[in-house]
Design a protein around this ligand. Structure first.
Ligand SMILES: [Zn+2]
Ligand SMILES: [Zn+2]
Length: 258
């Protein structure tokens, strides 16, 4: 299984592209989220319209899903004909179609390839891939994902945005790689005036909480993404602080082979 970080940024980061991860295994390629600023990173990866088999959408925030209309439109322009799979929360089809229609009116009806929506509630078998999801805590419904694929089987887990639950911790247990939202150090962020704003841990996860999750779920490796734009600048200090743990803070285009 090969994991490529195309985008690792939070919603309003001026340096880092929105969350977008490419997972390849057993002859399949799936994007994991595609925020508004992510499509150029996908096109730099490959210009082939058939390159991707599908996408997993964790939740409906612009920095995770607003890249879809551009992604689809370019596939259309470049001649894609084979179906494209979309995995996401219940309501995914309605939301994605509305988003596409708003971006490019008439687009859904005239797309020359089929969109195959799979609204996930628990688990879904996609040929040799097995996807399992649970709800986590975020400001909108968000799915945590466990993906098992390949031979020997490798396990990729992804938090989307938000704070894990006991069920999510179980879902991530013994994964080969857990990619997790790490928006704050301790539930606070600093604003441009230098003031400390308490955002808590109900909608995003903190590094402090990730220590707990790491101890419970014991992933072989954990990749921290979606760091607040100010916290991200402290990457070297964070890695130093947590050097006993198997944590990484990936840069765009970093690749992990599991
Ligand atoms: Zn986000
Ligand atoms: Zn979000």
């Amino acid at each position: 299984m090969k994991v490529t970080f195309l985008g690792v940024g939070e919603a309003f980061d001026n340096d880092y592209t929105h969350t977008c991860i490419l997972v390849e295994a057993a002859g399949r390629r799936m994007l994991v989220d595609c925020g508004a600023t992510a499509p150029p990173s996908v096109w730099h990866q490959s210009k082939r319209p058939d390159y991707l088999d599908g996408i997993f959408i964790s939740h409906f925030h612009a920095d995770h899903v607003f890249g879809l209309p551009a992604l689809m439109k370019r596939m259309e322009e470049d001649g894609r004909t084979r179906p494209f799979y979309l995995f996401g929360p219940v309501g995914a089809q309605r939301n994605v179609e509305r988003l596409m229609e708003f971006a490019y009116p008439g687009m859904v009806a005239h797309l020359p390839f089929t969109l195959r929506f799979r609204e996930l509630q628990r688990s879904h078998r996609w040929d040799d891939w097995n996807l399992r999801v649970v709800n986590t805590r975020h400001s909108v419904q968000n799915l945590g994902l466990r993906l098992e694929a390949g031979s020997p089987t490798k396990v990729f887990c992804y938090s989307g945005d938000g704070m894990f639950t006991p069920t999510a911790s179980k879902l991530y247990t013994n994964s080969d790689l857990l990619v997790h939202d790490a928006y704050t150090m301790d539930g606070t962020v600093t604003n441009p005036k230098g003031e400390t704003i308490n955002i808590g841990i109900k909608t995003h996860c903190s590094l402090q909480q990730l220590e707990r999750l790491d101890d419970m779920a014991r992933p072989k490796k954990m990749a921290l993404i979606h760091l607040n734009r100010n916290l991200r600048k402290e990457k070297a200090d964070i890695l130093k602080k947590y050097k006993q743990r198997r944590w990484i803070i990936p840069e765009p285009r970093d690749v992990i082979v599991l």
